[in-house]
Design a protein around this ligand. Sequence first.
Ligand code: FE2
Length: 210
Amino acid sequence: MINPPGINLLTHLLPHLACEAQLPIVEADRETMSQAVWRLHETNRDGRSVSNRGAGWQAEIVDRTPFVPVMSAIEQVARGLLGSYGLTFQELVFTTMWANINFHRDFNVTHRHGGHLSGVYFLEVADGCGDLVLGSTAAFYISNPLVKKARDAEGNNFLGHSIKPRRGQMVLFSSETNHHVDCNLSERPRLSIAWNMRVDDGADGLAART
Ligand SMILES: [Fe+2]
């Protein structure tokens, strides 16, 4: 396994594929995306209800135009992640993208996504706005207390990895990874976009279509 430059593999979460990276997005593009999310919120206040609780809002992104710069950067990291695990493929397809706004006291319950790779990109964050917690689906099968109790310097273990969001940070993980978002204890809205990706190898071997 190779750790590509600028991509930090979250190896504590094995057997899932997971990494995080700060994306090279200029401030103007990030601001354009934030405004697009707020516009979406204005025109679709009800949004949809999936894993969001409290008054957490999310809605499908139909017009992806403002998000093209970040989609390109995401694809670069996805290629690095897959390559580091020796996976070859022909095409990455964003099957769905949606915007999230977690207001004060909003949170997301534990869930997982469909597809092959899923991720989140943080547009606006604040101290205490809610960590993203990735959980290993292997946890169900593990009873060894050594594995359960072992922690690294950041408090992570083999069963879970907690990420304090940074503005401009992307977290990418294989779609079956359990995850939840802690309660937003800050007064500021937490803005992010999320997506599911399909990975095609051209032969339906690595990745059957979903
Ligand atoms: Fe999610």
